[in-house]
Design a protein around this ligand. Structure first.
Ligand SMILES: [Zn+2]
Length: 366
């Protein structure tokens, strides 16, 4: 049976001539539109503006009725709900009031174009095209189930033994970031100087590069996982809870704040929340499904004999069962347990369905 799927697609960008149009770091919605009017474009592409799709162009101004000043480039995005026209063969798109704008295509937009969102990111203009098309409900080509443990040392460990290493894009650029931030900090006095603008653009570029590297790594991992396994079981954890600060309050200050802060940086550098978000839709695209199971004791239970206890984890990385002597890496053990917990949950759902079906005739007979 055909289902409707809305794909958020591809995009574009025009790298603007910063020297000529003075709006290098953004501007209001209206002024950003003006920049696109001269399409000196080099077009780039990226995926998905799903989050931004939630905030419409009408929500970009101050909401309390004040005509306040906005931070420069903060809401540099606007959407065309209609009136745009896409010519993919010619690599150009018609945007109302702007006319034809050239772009570099990342992927084909299938189906009817529903809306177009333009945004400015790191000095580049990106265009997201949301299209609607009918797709068959897919059947996954694989029949395997896999548990995934996400961590800091390894981004993801799968219960079949494969793993995806960390990308650490933030850590890699930390020194460069510090340098760029300090450089911008020194130019605070001349707030509107060209030097400050240049320093700000350099910093923004660095942030974009870090985010792009991380996103690329996560997309590759989540695509590979979703294509290889029909069922994906993950811990039901919130990364925001994991990475909460240990600082405490003034009355009751926390301990090991600096160490926790470093750990938090590493946790957030992996992008576990983003990987989880991608795993929520990618398996479904391939006909698979994601199951979130409670994380309690998953890394302390022995997969061989079922013994659960703190003693099984003598070290952070290793697992050694006190009952049967089973030894393995702790993240692999957690992944195996998660996979089993997911299968058990599925079995419960199936059993529930069967028992309900069995009950119905008896109630009718009674
Ligand atoms: Zn054991």
């Amino acid at each position: 049976m055909p289902a409707t799927r809305i794909c958020v697609l591809c995009l574009v960008d025009g790298k603007q001539d910063k020297k000529r149009d003075g709006l290098a770091e953004g501007g209001t919605v209206a002024s950003s539109a003006a920049v696109l009017e001269k399409p000196r474009c080099r077009v780039g592409t990226t995926l998905g503006l799903v989050e931004e799709a939630e905030t419409g162009p009408n929500q970009t101004g101050p909401t309390d009725g004040r005509a306040g000043l906005e931070e420069e480039g903060k809401h540099a995005s606007f959407r065309y709900p209609q009136g745009s026209c896409l010519e993919q063969n010619n690599h150009r798109i018609w945007l109302p009031k702007l006319g034809w704008v050239r772009y570099r295509n990342s992927r084909e937009a299938l189906g009817a174009v529903k809306n177009v969102t333009v945004r400015l990111a790191g000095g580049r203009w990106l265009v997201s095209i949301q299209a609607e098309c009918e797709v068959e409900v897919p059947v996954h080509r694989s029949t395997t189930a896999v548990g995934i443990d996400m961590g800091v040392v390894r981004l993801a460990t799968l219960s079949d033994g494969t793993f995806y290493g960390p990308r650490n894009s933030f850590r890699q650029h930390q020194a460069g970031l510090r340098k760029a931030q300090q450089s911008m900090g020194r130019k605070k006095i001349m707030k509107f100087s060209q030097n400050r603008k240049r320093a700000k653009a350099r910093l923004a570029c660095l942030h974009i590069r870090i985010a792009n590297a991380r996103r690329d790594h996560l997309h590759k991992a989540s695509t590979a996982i979703s294509k290889s396994h029909a069922m994906v079981c993950v811990e039901d954890l919130r990364v925001s809870n994991l990475s909460s600060s240990a600082a405490g309050s003034r009355q009751s200050p926390g301990s090991k704040v600096r160490a926790k802060s470093g750990l938090n940086r590493s946790i957030l550098d992996q992008g576990g929340a983003e990987l989880r978000r991608q795993l929520e839709y990618k398996p479904a695209w391939n006909g698979g499904r994601l199951i979130a199971v409670p994380a309690i004791n998953t890394s302390r239970t022995c997969p061989a004999c079922g013994c659960t206890g703190q003693g099984n984890r003598k070290t952070q990385a290793g697992f050694c069962c006190v009952e049967c002597g089973y030894e393995a890496k702790a993240d692999l053990v957690a992944a195996i347990n998660l996979g089993r917990a997911g299968l058990a949950r599925i079995a419960c759902e199936v059993n529930d369905g069967v028992s309900r079906q069995q009950q119905e005739p008896t109630s009718v007979a009674a």
